[in-house]
Write a protein that binds this ligand. Structure first.
Ligand code: DLZ
Length: 160
């Protein structure tokens, strides 16, 4: 099985861009807050490590992952912001709520990305249980917040 790109060093350096003057919107859902805070820390530290300035990382929270789409739109419409990183954790329950939320967010942030022509990153961890979510928030499957930030930086390097 192909392994996921986890760090910027996994990307082709041709696509990398200097992010010292780039502005990022970091949008974090508060459901499963302990886990989303860990994703957020991973994303934030990755941006800083690769040259972003702390004052250029605008962090906002939304109540739950369902609200990520509107939150992303509110950030993306700001012409100062170059990329938006959406982070959330949706854990399967007894009903199909997880399906509805995940599909809505996937569609919503895709629309925002295409409407505003800027990267809006899908950093949604969707799992069957809490342990699987922790496994992806600094556990055995890495930190998806780090991957989301690396993806944003990579996308900023795409040019026509
Ligand atoms: C309602 C709900 C449920 C049941 N589960 C989650 C979840 O696992 N992860 C998450 O981020 N949000 C959840 N929510 C909240 C919804 O995303 C949303 O905030 C509410 O339905 C209000 O629109």
């Amino acid at each position: 099985m192909a392994s996921a790109l986890k760090n910027l060093s996994d990307y082709n350096s041709d696509n990398l861009v200097d992010i010292t003057e780039k502005k990022f919107g970091l949008l974090v859902a508060e459901w499963n807050k302990a886990i989303t805070d860990t994703l957020c820390k991973g994303a934030y530290e990755t941006l800083i490590k690769h040259g972003a300035k702390p004052e250029n990382i605008i962090r906002n929270t939304v109540p739950g992952s369902f609200e990520l789409s509107l939150g992303a739109q509110l950030l993306a419409q700001n012409s100062d912001i170059d990329a938006v990183i959406c982070l959330g954790v949706v854990i399967k329950g007894e009903t199909k709520h997880d399906d509805y939320i995940c599909h809505a967010v996937a569609q919503g942030i895709t629309q925002v990305s295409l409407k505003y022509n800027k990267p809006v990153i899908f950093g949604l961890v969707t799992t069957n249980n809490e342990q699987q979510a922790w496994d992806r928030a600094g556990g055995k499957h890495g930190n998806k917040g780090v991957e989301a930030a690396a993806t944003a930086i990579h996308m900023l390097g795409i040019s026509a």
